[in-house]
Unconditional design. Structure first.
Lengths: 402, 288
């Protein structure tokens, strides 16, 4: 689960990590007031709050926002007002938002902290070693994605330390970091900073903690100028206070409903809607369809779902999507049981009627029961033996239906 | 004949009394799996589904000689159940449970390093040696005995591959579902090793997952492996990004190799035959 920068910074502060004074604002007037409160003289930084990176080099889709990105240095209170005015209620497009961009519904107004050096700092779980890895890299004021390029082209410019399950940083690791950073900084300052980050990481079951950048001022103090935390969704039950920070507006409504039931829903283009029970079969169906000239509007992944009501409610999401012109249900049941999904289809079809073509393919656990249920239902649908046949049947049915 | 499991493997089931576990255990017994005991810490009965029921893994192991366990315990309690199985020194533990917190898996994985247990999963369909036995939740009517070993990071895609290769008369020695989660007990490398040493496995199919660095690790290992069996890697293109907000760090630790295209390139360099759809996989298999 992702949260906004201002929420992450509030958590940083609770753990004693230095963050600039800042306040959230929903209108330009609030932004100006916020600026007056956080710093007497400025300058200030006005930051668009969307849950995607590369905001500073992003572009707003509405021209009134000008050519500047979503992070703007403002020297006067009037500039704070204008920048907030331009960004609010506007769509910000970055290389992580997709072409549509994300609506900026709030900005974060911060005091500007003058620093002499900046670094990227990350804590992340490495899948293969099942360990926390600390990453440090110098950053320029340019594009932050440079770091990924560096990782590929000159990995030696990024310091990576595998911390295993260490709860505290060791002194030899501190020395390694300081020598890598090549600057004067008190070991104790760095140690306190890193240990607090680690404590936060463990306390809240984070899977990623990223500060891009940290800034070091002339007194050698470390500041988190940015903050990104990703929490493990499977561990949220241990942290109800974090669960509360979840922002609905960042996620599409159908995705949200599916997620509530523990399923995954994703919008693609327009065309067929597919209902599957796993990532692999979803990808395979979409790719095979593409090769046959069929586009996919959306897919619903029921994962290992075995609850009738949840399955029915989710199938509704696809059946009521106006961009869907045909439905392909492709289930390879192991844990999932085909008959429960067949029941779900019938429930929804009884409820809403079935006015677009539907093809079902069942394989695996309780396959025969599922096929029987659908055949007996008298619904106008086809049953396929495999993915290829299912897609062919659907293609024909859609062509006839148009 | 197979790797990890055959019809003689004595298996116990942790969390056997749950509804899903009961359903799948009965199917597995019918298939031929030698399930010898159930474990449920809060048990009130002494037998369940016709099997002796014990309160601890240790007791079940001592009384029945079980060497392997299937874990169906819900995510919240899975960590202690898995650690119990590892500490009892079972040879093999297969975890079906999905939704286990990442930190719990990190702790489990570190304990695993100092043990002799092979942990498969979590969030896996399990392991099946066709027409002999399986530990997991496989659709049992689709697998055929044969000479191809399958190792997969994608459960449902595995079933699709099995169905399709069976159509051209190819069966499997053993199918190992590694699990679809971030952190898994066993990665491709250990199973490639086992299949490479198994005299009845003539070729290996590796089915990749989305994101992460397991395929990169497999490529690094396969590249330096001597006397390697032909290995086909199936990597599907990913039309939707895994997440549009994943941060930079995952890319950095994966050396920028996270997309399907990156994985295909590095696996091909390692000497594997790389395909991006099941039809090509069948064509290449038929050619071997």
């Amino acid at each position: 689960m992702n949260i906004h920068e201002y929420q992450a910074k509030k958590i940083f502060k609770q753990f004693g990590i230095n963050v600039p004074n800042g306040l959230v604002a929903y209108t330009p007037t609030e932004a100006k007031l916020a600026a007056e409160t956080v710093s007497e003289f400025g300058p200030w930084v006005v930051k668009a709050q969307i849950q995607a990176g590369s905001r500073d080099i992003g572009k707003f889709s509405d021209k009134r926002a000008g050519r500047k990105g979503g992070i703007r240095l403002s020297k006067t209170l009037d500039e704070v007002y204008d920048n907030a005015d331009e960004m609010l209620e506007n769509l910000l497009v970055t290389n992580q938002t997709g072409a549509r961009g994300r609506l900026v519904s709030r900005v974060y107004v911060e005091e500007y902290i003058k620093t002499i050096r900046k670094f990227y700092l990350g804590l992340v779980v490495d899948w293969v070693s099942a360990s926390i890895v600390l990453l440090v890299a110098p950053v320029s004021d340019k594009d932050d994605d440079d770091i990924v390029q560096l990782a590929i082209e000159s990995p030696e410019t990024i310091l990576k330390i595998n911390l295993g399950l260490q709860k505290e940083i060791k002194s030899e690791q501190l020395k390694e970091i300081v020598s890598f950073m090549n600057m004067q900084i008190e070991l104790s300052e760095l140690k306190t900073f890193l240990n607090r980050m680690l404590k936060l990481f463990y306390t809240y079951d984070a899977t990623l903690l990223e500060i891009n950048p940290i800034g070091i001022n002339k007194f050698g103090n470390i500041w988190a100028l940015d903050a990104k935390i990703v929490f493990d969704e499977n561990a949220l039950y241990r942290h109800p206070e974090i669960q509360k920070l979840f922002d609905d507006s960042e996620i599409e409504e159908r995705e949200l409903i599916a997620a509530k039931y523990g399923f995954q829903y994703k919008e693609l283009e327009s065309g067929m809607g597919i209902i599957v029970n796993g990532d692999g079969v979803a990808l395979n169906t979409i790719n095979q369809a593409k090769n046959m000239g069929i586009n996919t509007a959306c897919f619903l992944n029921l994962k290992g779902g075995v609850d009738r009501d949840k399955i029915s409610a989710s199938i509704k999401l696809i059946m009521t999507n106006p961009r869907v012109d045909g439905i392909f249900i492709n289930i390879l049941g192991g844990f999932s049981r085909c008959n429960l999904i067949a029941d779900g289809i019938i429930t929804v079809a009884d409820d809403l009627g079935l006015n677009i073509p539907l093809v079902a393919r069942f394989e695996g656990t309780n396959k025969d029961e599922a096929t029987d249920i659908l055949k007996k239902s008298g619904l106008p649908l086809s049953i396929a033996e495999d993915t290829t046949q299912g897609l062919l049947l659907l293609k024909e049915a859609i062509a006839e239906d148009l | 004949m197979s790797v990890l499991i055959d019809k003689h493997t004595k298996v116990l089931v942790q969390g056997i009394t749950g509804a899903q576990a009961s359903f799948h255990v009965q199917r597995a017994i019918k298939y031929g799996t030698n399930i010898v005991a159930g474990v449920a810490p809060n048990k009130t009965e002494t037998s369940y589904l016709g099997l002796p029921l014990f309160g601890t893994v240790k007791e079940a192991q001592e009384k029945t000689g079980a060497t392997a366990s299937i874990v169906f315990v819900p995510a919240k309690y899975a960590k202690s159940a898995i650690l119990e199985a590892i500490r009892a020194d079972l040879d093999l533990v297969v975890v079906i449970t999905s939704g286990i917190p990442v930190r719990d898996m990190m702790e489990i994985k570190h304990e695993l390093l100092n043990s002799s247990t092979t942990l498969i999963g979590p969030n896996t369909p399990g392991i099946i040696t066709p027409e002999e036995a399986y530990m997991g939740i496989f659709p049992d009517n689709i697998h055929k005995s044969g000479h191809v070993g399958i190792i997969s990071r994608s459960s449902t895609l595995t079933y699709e591959v099995v169905l399709e290769i069976n159509k051209i008369g190819i069966g499997e020695s053993t199918v190992v579902g590694l699990g679809d989660d971030f952190i898994i007990g066993t990665s491709f490398v250990d199973i490639i090793k086992k299949f490479n040493d198994d005299k009845d496995t003539k070729a290996i199919i590796l089915i990749g997952g989305i994101g992460g660095n397991y395929e990169t690790e497999a490529a690094d290992f396969y590249a330096q492996l001597k006397a390697k069996k032909p290995t086909l890697a199936l990597i599907l293109d990913d039309p939707t990004p895994l997440s549009d907000n994943k941060g930079l760090a995952p890319e950095i630790i994966c050396r920028g190799i996270t997309s399907a295209a990156d994985k295909k390139r590095i696996l091909k360099q390692s000497g594997m035959i790389v395909v991006d759809n099941i039809q090509s996989l069948k064509d290449e298999l038929a050619r071997l």
